[in-house]
Ligand binder design. Structure first.
Ligand code: NAP
Ligand code: G4F
Length: 324
């Protein structure tokens, strides 16, 4: 039986990945932080089938202890301060967790478990001010947030440990992926939650474009990447891009509501046909620097991993809106 470590197991991707690995017959070990009010909701259905170990990616001895207890065939590093907006408020913490935390984990693998295959959760945020459209594995990086910069450090360290120590370390450069398990602060979940609760939506920039896929399909790729005989990095995306405004309109269409927008910039507002105000702009949600356009080209993943997304924008909005 193979054994895998998943950091960030109680997050959106960690929970889906753990289920996927269980379905493949793995012993799954998850790293969790102590919390005064534990949030194991996303893994509640299968918690008894996995082993949870207390630890923190910032606390190298706790990582060391876990690696001394198990022999991991595969390590999936999903732990992160993953909210881009917060990274301007907590740039140092974001860097410590996302950049230095990843380095600590790589060091433990190098010294204690060099045979473990390692997956790093890299991100399309590293493309930031995108230098070409669509973005591929060869597109130059230009991160636009402390989050993007921290992830780029971890990305290059993952490359560097591969090249310096001949370790099996690789990164998936994943574009935005969503699901009913998405954290509440991310824009898709915020929109869906507000609509379902019949609350006024208060959003920031409506005009940035994102390539949104389905998290359940994206974790399958992480697993596929670690089944290769040699490590490679892959862009994972749908190839479709839409504005936040389009997401709002599509989500309301499931209530048979056609939304119209009036005004522009900070004065823009959204109304239903009957004139009910459903959206206004909250200037606090604007970011100091925005990533305006993300759209990925995942043809390398299709060719080498045989992976292609089935769920695209319309189906994604539908499944999030229909989730109870
Ligand atoms: P998420 O829901 O925010 O999950 C992140 C997880 O990391 C949480 O379980 C969190 O635990 C854990 N964590 C945070 N700090 C930690 C620390 N110091 N030590 C140990 N664990 C820690 O994020 P996600 O959407 O599943 O994303 C998974 C990974 O993929 C992240 O690295 C993210 O940056 C990256 N990524 C995500 C996307 C996307 O669109 N979802 C795209 C590209 C890359 P707590 O619950 O205790 O805070
Ligand atoms: O949903 P978001 O917060 O996701 P963002 O910033 O694209 O980051 C997510 O995807 C990355 C992959 O590209 C991951 F690496 C990262 O961990 C995370 O999962 O914001 C999407 C867009 C932004 O342009 C933002 O300015 O939506 C815009 N937006 C407008 N109003 C808003 C809001 N974002 C949030 N969170 N909340 C708003 O009210």
């Amino acid at each position: 039986m193979k054994t895998a470590l998943v950091t960030g197991i109680i997050g959106q991707d960690g929970s889906y990945l753990a289920e996927h690995l269980l379905s493949k017959g793995y012993q799954v070990v998850g790293l969790i932080r102590r919390s005064s009010s534990p949030n194991l909701e996303r893994i509640s259905d299968f918690k008894d089938k996995i082993s949870l170990e207390h630890g923190d990616i910032l606390d190298q001895p706790s990582l060391q202890r876990v690696f001394e207890k198990y022999e991991f065939n595969e390590v999936y590093n999903l732990a992160a301060q993953s909210f881009v907006g917060l990274s301007w408020e907590q740039p140092i913490y974001t860097t410590e967790v996302n950049a230095v935390g990843t380095l600590k984990l790589l060091e433990v693998i190098r010294t204690v478990s060099p045979k473990s295959k390692f997956y790093q959760a890299s991100t399309s945020e590293m493309f930031g001010l995108a230098q070409e459209v669509p973005q591929t594995e060869k597109t130059p990086f230009y991160p636009r947030s402390p989050y993007g910069v921290s992830k780029l450090y971890a990305h290059w360290m993952t490359v560097n440990y591969r090249e310096s120590y001949n370790l099996f370390t690789c990164s998936g450069i994943l574009f935005n992926h969503e699901s009913p398990r998405r954290g509440n602060e991310f824009v898709t979940k915020k929109i869906v939650n507000s609509i379902k609760r019949n609350e006024l939506l208060r959003l920031g920039n409506l005009y940035s474009k994102r390539d949104w896929g389905y998290a359940l399909e994206y974790v399958e790729v992480m697993y596929k990447m670690l089944q290769l005989s040699s490590p490679e990095d892959f862009v994972i995306a749908t190839g479709e891009t839409h504005t936040i405004k389009e997401f709002v309109a599509e989500a309301f269409s499931y209530l048979n509501e056609e939304i119209h927008f009036e005004g522009s910039g900070l004065d823009e507002k959204g109304y239903t046909k009957s004139g009910k105000l459903i959206l206004e702009i909250d200037p606090k949600m604007y970011r100091p620097a925005e990533v305006n356009l993300l759209v990925g080209d995942a043809s390398k993943a299709k060719k080498i991993l045989g992976w292609e997304p089935k769920v695209k924008f319309t189906q994604l909005v539908e499944l999030m809106m229909k989730d109870k």
